[in-house]
Design a protein around this ligand. Structure first.
Ligand code: PCA
Length: 322
């Protein structure tokens, strides 16, 4: 090949690559420094590398493209080809999405993994019926109570101005006599600073990301449940990719899942230490508070089982079997 021919060939390849490049937007609801978001960015980089730049995924952090509770719909409608949602946010649509938001069903990483495995086939089915495909899920660290007062039983929670992030966290407020306000994480810092809320349940991770330590003194480490983020894609967008790109995407997703769970578990203790370093008190809940919260959990589980029907029963059976 002459130099000129080589040049023409190289240009053709470059033009071909540019022409074949696919760009996807990935809306996410949590800040860029959050471990889930960092994992998404690494996933996007892995896909970029594995496809030699053919599939470019741009992560839009902190609910900048869609609000937390709009992301699922955006992926379903194809407004976004891929997105990260909090599964429990969709509980009102189908109780199965809320399985990992019921207090005291799965409270450790081992249990959360089992629950994720039991939930997955039903999620696959529900999402497929809506033209979507589940790529991977990663659990948040266990959920505890952030509040500015001494809480030794749920009676002490009455009247709290309570930030809810999901139907279940609003239900908890109702059961303990607190006043729920639904606020997505991207607006949590402001809600705390302006006094719209003075309490909520979430992970040490979110307490840290939202600088909750600037206005709240206590974290009651109830380890009540471990909700999951899920990365979903629009099935048609996936089908439009060539085979090698599809395979690279699935392989990168599997790696992201393994990495995400590992990081979540590793950072769990780190977050609590970081909150303590910022002046918060990490409190082991009194036996009375734990017993009260477990009662709240059993009411919610019974409620959930009634609503979740046969799928719910299958899920709980699969979870208990493993
Ligand atoms: N953080 C998210 C959901 C669960 C969690 O730990 C939030 O508080 O919005």
């Amino acid at each position: 090949m002459t130099f000129k021919h080589a040049l023409i060939a190289a240009t053709a390849v470059a033009a071909g690559t540019a022409f074949a490049q696919t760009k996807w937007d990935l809306p996410a609801a949590y800040p860029a420094s959050n471990f889930h978001t960092e994992n998404l960015v690494q996933f996007a980089n892995d896909v970029d590398k594995a496809t030699a730049g053919k599939l470019k995924i741009t992560v839009h952090a902190n609910a900048s493209l869609f609000k937390a509770n709009e992301i699922k719909r955006a992926v379903q409608s194809g407004q976004a080809q891929i997105g990260e949602m909090l599964l429990v946010n969709a509980e009102n649509e189908n109780p199965i999405y809320g399985a990992d938001g019921i207090p005291f069903v799965a409270t450790s990483y081992a249990e959360a993994r089992k629950l994720a495995a039991a939930q997955k086939p039903i999620l696959d089915k529900l999402l497929a019926a809506q033209g979507m495909k589940l790529l991977y899920t990663v659990a948040w660290p266990p959920q505890g109570i952030f509040a500015n007062k001494d809480i030794t039983s749920v009676a002490d929670m009455r009247g709290l101005k309570w930030r809810a992030y999901s139907p279940a966290t609003a239900k908890i407020a109702e059961l303990v006599g607190a006043q729920p306000v639904t606020i997505q994480q991207a607006e949590l810092s402001q809600a705390l600073a302006t006094g719209v809320i003075n309490s909520y349940m979430s992970s040490g991770s979110t307490g840290y990301d939202s600088k909750t330590y600037e206005s709240i003194k206590y974290f009651y480490d109830t380890q009540a449940w471990m909700p999951k983020n899920a990365v979903l894609m629009n099935q048609k967008a996936f089908d439009a990719l060539d085979k090698p790109t599809q395979e690279a995407l699935l392989k990168s997703a599997a790696a992201a899942e393994a990495r995400g769970w590992k990081v979540s578990e590793e950072k769990n203790e780190w977050y609590k230490k970081a909150l303590a370093d910022k002046g918060m008190k990490i409190v082991k809940p009194t036996p009375k508070l734990m017993a009260d919260m477990k009662q709240v959990g059993s009411i919610m589980l019974a409620d959930w089982q009634k609503k979740a029907g046969a799928d719910g029963q299958a899920l709980i059976e699969a979870y208990n079997k493993k």
